[in-house]
Design a protein around this ligand. Structure first.
Ligand SMILES: NC(=O)c1ccc[n+]([C@@H]2O[C@H](COP(=O)([O-])OP(=O)(O)OC[C@H]3O[C@@H](n4cnc5c(N)ncnc54)[C@H](O)[C@@H]3O)[C@@H](O)[C@H]2O)c1
Length: 409
């Protein structure tokens, strides 16, 4: 187990996922909950000696005035999640971590995120570079205040609209120039990428849990390698898409032909409010829609719909209808209904990824860490979507690390 003092810095810290991860860390630190649903608590990972979840100090950027305790209370009242015992038993820790929240930037974040931003909770900057510098200053202040050895950086902010790759994402000099442009008006460098730039320039291991652009550009991937920064992303695979990547291999291995796969998602949390705007929704549909063809090797007709239904709050229902062809051309149907609590599915994976990316940094690994593909809808550095194959890759990786540490003893 690491004895280092480590910060967990989240972008969008006081949203549903950020707050649930924070509450979970506090509850684990206080011994108020077990490690159920933390992948890294499986025996497989024990030889790695990962940081204990209770060792993290939490901070982050937000653009709304709400803080951990308010969001947790709202989720408790509206979605019926979190026990009173956990809320009361972690209150003082959450209060102290709330002091580490700083106003974020919404440069290039898209209209639905700009609507979320609250006066006094957002910092303006004349250029992207100016925003990168204040983000770095906030991180350095956090590091100094808590005497941290390392900061893990996780992006859990609302989903931005998609941004196509341009020359400034490929070329270092053009990227530097684009950062110096006025931040008013359209930009090819959204806030997720400004945050990622700051993290990588400071050498912080980085995870993008959202479909936003973040560090997924050649300039930052190269910089991460040069700075010894491990990267992982993107878009956490938590519910319906996880089911798709578990079921699609079955169709492949029985040589059944998938004719169409319709996935209809309804939910009512703040993520849903943002995704209700078609410009933002396009990013999410993009990461959800490519997994089936990535597994079966052909493109069945697919439809992914995501609708905001306020009364459901954080409880997501996904209804999937899979039409497939069996022997002698007989058409059959599989349907499933997934009812999951979105933030409770996502938060443990955020904690897992924080532990794993920190471990990767400690082992001198840099650039995209494709061995973590099983955690993501759109795994960076890997074309593998089959959950079981992704899991084998992770297992083999951990076995290799375990063997290396055994050999080093
Ligand atoms: N199961 C899941 O919940 C799940 C799975 C995969 C991916 N995700 C992604 O995780 C992200 C968070 O989901 P959520 O349910 O917590 O949403 P949320 O709306 O509850 O939280 C997002 C938070 O980000 C903040 N924010 C937005 N833009 C910001 C910026 N530029 N700087 C700083 N803060 C900013 C918002 O104010 C909000 O508090 C979304 O992008 C979502 O798509 C969630």
């Amino acid at each position: 187990m690491s004895s280092k003092k480590t910060g967990l810095w989240m972008i969008g810290a006081c949203g549903g996922v950020g707050t649930t991860a924070t509450l979970g860390l506090a509850a684990l630190a206080r011994g108020l909950t077990s490690g159920t649903s933390l992948v890294t608590e499986l025996d497989l990972f024990a030889p790695l000696g990962l940081i204990e979840p209770g060792q993290f100090v939490v901070g982050g950027h937000e653009i709304r005035a709400s803080r951990f305790r308010q969001t947790a209370q709202e989720m408790h009242e509206r979605a019926g999640v979190f026990s009173r015992n956990v809320l009361v038993g972690t209150d003082d820790l959450l209060a102290s971590w709330e002091e580490n929240i700083r106003p974020g930037t919404v440069i290039g974040s898209g209209p639905a995120i700009e609507r979320l931003a609250e006066t006094g909770a957002v910092r303006t900057a004349a250029t992207g570079r100016e925003a990168v510098e204040f983000i770095k200053a906030d991180l350095l202040e956090f590091k100094k205040k808590h005497d941290l050895d390392e900061i893990v950086f996780i992006h859990v902010a609302s989903t931005e609209p998609p941004i196509p790759l341009e020359a400034e994402h490929e070329d270092d000099a053009k990227f530097a120039k684009a950062l110096e442009k006025s931040a008013v008006g359209p930009t090819t460098i959204p806030s997720s990428t400004l945050y990622a730039t700051a993290a990588i320039e400071l050498g912080c291991p980085y995870v993008n849990f959202t479909p936003s652009l973040g560090a997924s550009i050649p300039v930052l991937e190269r910089l991460a390698k040069a700075k010894g920064v491990p990267l992982a992303g993107k878009d956490g695979k938590t519910g319906e898409t996880l089911m798709k990547t578990v079921l699609a291999p079955m169709f492949s291995r029985r040589n059944w032909k998938i004719l169409s796969w319709v996935g209809h998602n309804i939910f009512g949390n703040r993520d849903g409010v943002v995704l209700d705007d078609p410009r933002h929704k396009a990013s999410k549909v993009g990461t959800k829609d490519q997994v089936v063809s990535g597994i079966v090797g052909y493109k069945p007709q697919t439809l992914v719909s995501i609708e905001y239904i306020q009364s459901l709050d954080d409880w997501k229902t996904a209804w999937d209808h899979i039409h497939f062809e069996g022997f002698l051309g007989t058409k059959m149907i599989l349907q499933f209904i997934w009812q999951g609590c979105d933030s409770l599915l996502a938060a443990p994976l955020v904690i897992d990824l924080a532990r794993l990316i920190l471990d990767a940094k400690g082992r001198g690994q840099s650039g995209i860490q494709s061995q973590f593909a099983s955690f993501f809808k759109h795994p960076e550095g890997s074309k593998e979507h089959d959950f079981f194959r992704q899991w084998n890759i992770l297992e083999e990786h951990v076995a290799e690390l375990t063997a290396q540490s055994g050999a080093g003893k």
